[in-house]
Structures are given as structure tokens and as C-alpha cells.
Design a protein around this ligand. Structure first.
Ligand SMILES: Nc1ncnc2c1ncn2[C@@H]1O[C@H](COP(=O)(O)OP(=O)(O)O)[C@@H](O)[C@H]1O
Ligand SMILES: [Mg+2]
Length: 462
């Protein structure tokens, strides 16, 4: 007869646990030790009495049990160093009646077998890492030119032509457009087409620089300007970009106090590094970009009007992808060729259905979103054709809704005979209702003979 574990005398259970070779620990939700197996006690040079009730991190080096007891997420075969030995640790959340009550942890010395497994795992990671390194390298390389700006819709071509035309001027440019429309790409192309192309193009994300670092980052500082200042000082972005182009990205996020400092530099063409006595003349071309409505911000006083005018000498607006649907397939193909090179693939195509989905989506994240969708697709692709299943769920939903509508439509288009039969049936029911069940009366109401009525009645209702 089978016995439930709970029916074993506790002395038995204890002996069974003692006999298992595994070292293990049980903690409660707070990560306090409830139990430590005999062998684990010996290994840690402690006793059960001393360990119980203590936070596990105090008893076991590098323990993560307190985390697993909180998150409920198991961690299998982790490498953990304890008392100078490399151990393989597994941590399992303990759920009782669906409630997370704590966690069970086990450690074993690695055997030659699982050591080999680890070496394989690590090798895989190293290969992946190298791959991503070269991938990023690929991305950074290559000069962006106007030929890289794909699109043939009139709206897009208008912006592109304007950008080409003003490349050689030194006037400030303000590029506006939703996120992912290619503002940075445009700025790059403009710089590379200009006479400044052999000098640096320095992109600065105005949203990402902390306010207190803004001056030293942009204008640099001299040695000893403040405590912690680097020996020899540091060149600011403006000096680095000298004779080149500065790209002020997310300019709409520049704090108000910084706006005046920037304006002064633009007006005077000089910078004064923090702690410097002299001003340094600077020759840079400014291209700013934002997805915010700066004129609106000027109106509600969150952006300086004088700076706005300085930046907005030439305005280039890049239309969102949904306003140039004819460019979607073109750009998708271009991005696919680009991704093929990065992922060492060749001859990847889109299924017709996928093209339809891509064209119908509104692309709130614009070209960047499209790029992400395609990168994901190429990652999960087995063959050479991107199908709907390779698209992220939120895009697949669009198509399945569409399909559902088609199916509903198909149900509506049925053989004419069926449609006629249904409406005859409906008419008979109606007539009978009005005639209060009198069939002769109903036949009269319908304008048919008694026999025809009976024939039809029999056909539909028996
Ligand atoms: N017209 C385009 N043709 C090809 N690639 C584009 C185009 N517009 C944008 N991209 C690509 O889309 C991504 C987002 O562009 P980015 O310039 O960073 O957008 P933004 O600065 O407007 O957010 C980049 O990888 C860029 O290369
Ligand atoms: Mg950007």
C-alpha cells in the first residue's frame, strides 16, 4: 500500500533527508533560514541551531535565496562560489496551495559532466558576445549619405530635397518629426554632404545630460576647475566639433536654464570652458532636432523664443510613415537588405500577406519600429520567407481581425437558393403570427394558394 510522505514518522523523514547527498537550505519569504541540511551545515562549518532564523545571506556566501523567495522565479544551475569552492546552485521557489511561502536551495560540487556543460554554455555566450560586437561595429561604420534616405513619396522627397539644398550653408537647421522618422539620419546626411564633412559630427542628446553636467560636457573645463576635475581638463563637445557639425538631439528637452547658456554660445560664437580665463572661438554648424512642438512650447514659455528663432533658420519637417504609405515597402526592402548583411543571410523575402500587414499598420514608432519588427522577424526565421507568424503579436492581431471580417463576409455570401429559402421562411412565420395561426389566412396574406402554402410549410417546418 502506498504511503503519503506526511504519513512517515518524522524520524524517518529526517534520516531520509540526512542520507541524501544533496546540500540544501530552506528559507521563508523573508529569506530567513528555516532548515539547513546536515551536509550543508558541515560544509559551511555551522550547526542547524546556529543557522536557523538568520538571514540566509549572513550564513551562505553569495546567496540569492532571499531574492528567489521574493520573486518566485527559480534559478537553475547557477555558479556560486562558497568558501572558496565553485558550486552549482539551484534555487526553487516554494509554493504551497498556490502561495509563495519561501524557497528551497540546493548546491552540489560540479561533476566533470556539468563542468563540460558550463564550458559549452560559456562558449556560446562568448560567441554571441562577439557577434553582437561586430554587429554594432557594422552599424557604426559606413557614411550616411542622402542615398541612404529611402523614400519616394512626394512629402518625403520635398524634405529630402530641401535638406540636400541647404547642406552647404552654415545656417542652423531645425529638424522636426515624430520619433523614429529619421531625424538623426537626415542630420548625418547633411553633415556628410557639407564642406564640414571631414570634421567631426558630434551628436548630443539634450534629454540625457544631467543639468549639472551640461556646461562642463558642452563647453569643457580646465584642470582644477572644481574638485574631481580631470588632470589636464576636458574638452567640451563644442570644441570637439570645431569646424564640424553639432547635432542637438531632443532639443525640446533642454532645461530652461541651459537654453540661455546655449543661446549665448550661438550668438557669440565663443565658448568659455569652466574655470578658464579666456574664451575660445568656435566654428560649428548647428542642427537641432525634436519631436516636440517648439512653437507651442514658446507660447507656453517653456522654450526661449530667441533660441527658437536662432535654431529655426531652416526648418525641415519629416513626415511620419503613415503619411507616406507608399514608402513602407520600399523602406522595408531596404532595411531587409541591411539586416541580411548584419545577420549573414541572403535572399530573404516577404510573403504577400506580410506586405499587406506592413502597409496597413500605422507605425507610431515609424521607421525605427519597422526596423525592430524586421530584425525580430529575421531572428525567428527558419527559411527565407518572412510570414505573418514571424511578426510580433500586436501586428498579427491586425491581420487576424481582418481575416475574421473576411470570414464573416463569406458566411453572408451563400447560394441564392439558401437566401431565398430563409426569407420565405421568415415571411411565413410573420404571416402566421399576423393571422394568429390561421394557415388559410396566412396564405392569403402572402398572396399564394392554399396548396403552395402547405407545400412550403411542410418543407420548412417539418
Ligand atoms: N528614410 C529612411 N530610410 C532608411 N532608413 C531610415 C529612414 N528613416 C529612418 N531610418 C532608420 O530608422 C532608424 C531611426 O532613425 P533616426 O534617425 O534615429 O530617427 P529619429 O532621430 O527621428 O528618432 C534608424 O536606424 C535609421 O537608420
Ligand atoms: Mg533620434
Amino acid at each position: 500500500m502506498a504511503m503519503k510522505l506526511s504519513e512517515f514518522p518524522s524520524a524517518w523523514l529526517e534520516e531520509i533527508i540526512h542520507l541524501t547527498n544533496e546540500r540544501f537550505v530552506i528559507v521563508n519569504r523573508n529569506g530567513e533560514i528555516l532548515y539547513l541540511s546536515q551536509k550543508y551545515c558541515e560544509f559551511l562549518n555551522t550547526t542547524l541551531e546556529a543557522a536557523v532564523g538568520k538571514p540566509v545571506s549572513e550564513v551562505i556566501e553569495n546567496s540569492r535565496m532571499q531574492i528567489v523567495a521574493k520573486t518566485g522565479k527559480e534559478e537553475i544551475s547557477d555558479i556560486q562560489e562558497i568558501n572558496g569552492s565553485v558550486m552549482v546552485a539551484s534555487r526553487y521557489p516554494l509554493f504551497v496551495n498556490g502561495e509563495l511561502v519561501g524557497a528551497l536551495g540546493t548546491v552540489v560540487f560540479p561533476t566533470p559532466d556539468n563542468l563540460r556543460e558550463y564550458i559549452n554554455k560559456i562558449q556560446l555566450l562568448v560567441t554571441e558576445l562577439n557577434y553582437y560586437r561586430t554587429k554594432d561595429g557594422h552599424r557604426a561604420k559606413g557614411k550616411v549619405t542622402f542615398a541612404n534616405l529611402v523614400g519616394e513619396s512626394p512629402l518625403f522627397l520635398e524634405s529630402k530635397k530641401l535638406a540636400e539644398k541647404v547642406s552647404n550653408s552654415d545656417s542652423s537647421i531645425l529638424i522636426t518629426g515624430e520619433s523614429g522618422t529619421g531625424k538623426e539620419l537626415f542630420a548625418h546626411a547633411i553633415h556628410n554632404r557639407s564642406l564640414r564633412a571631414n570634421f567631426p559630427f558630434v551628436p548630443i542628446n539634450c534629454a540625457a545630460i544631467p543639468e549639472e553636467l551640461f556646461e562642463s560636457e558642452l563647453f569643457g573645463y580646465y584642470e582644477g576647475a572644481f574638485t574631481g576635475a580631470k588632470r589636464g581638463g576636458k574638452k567640451g563637445f563644442f570644441e570637439i566639433a570645431n569646424h564640424g557639425t553639432i547635432f542637438l538631439d531632443e532639443i525640446g528637452d533642454l532645461p530652461f536654464s541651459m537654453q540661455s547658456k546655449l543661446l549665448r554660445v550661438l550668438q557669440e560664437g565663443e565658448i568659455q570652458p569652466v574655470g578658464a580665463q579666456k574664451r575660445i572661438p568656435i566654428d560649428v554648424r548647428i542642427i537641432a532636432a525634436t519631436n516636440k512642438d517648439l512653437s507651442e512650447m514658446v507660447k507656453n514659455s517653456s522654450f526661449r523664443q530667441d533660441l527658437y528663432y536662432r535654431l529655426n533658420v531652416i526648418h525641415i519637417e519629416i513626415p511620419p510613415l503613415r503619411k507616406r504609405k507608399e514608402d513602407i515597402q520600399l523602406i522595408a526592402n531596404h532595411l531587409l537588405r541591411k539586416l541580411e548583411k548584419i545577420f549573414y543571410r541572403k535572399g530573404v523575402t516577404f510573403s504577400e500577406e506580410v506586405v499587406k500587414v506592413l502597409k496597413n499598420h500605422t507605425w507610431p514608432g515609424n521607421v525605427r519600429e519597422l526596423e525592430n519588427v524586421l530584425e525580430r522577424a529575421i531572428n525567428v526565421l527558419d527559411g527565407n520567407r518572412i510570414e505573418v507568424v514571424h511578426l510580433p503579436l500586436y501586428l498579427r492581431d491586425v491581420i487576424s481581425k481582418e481575416n475574421r471580417e473576411i470570414i464573416v463576409d463569406e458566411q453572408f455570401i451563400e447560394p441564392l437558393k439558401e437566401t431565398i429559402a430563409k426569407s420565405e421562411k421568415q415571411a411565413i412565420i410573420k404571416a402566421l403570427k399576423v393571422a394568429k395561426g390561421n394557415k388559410l389566412e396566412a396564405a392569403k396574406l402572402l398572396g399564394i394558394s392554399k396548396t403552395t402554402f402547405y407545400d412550403k410549410y411542410k418543407m420548412y417546418f417539418s
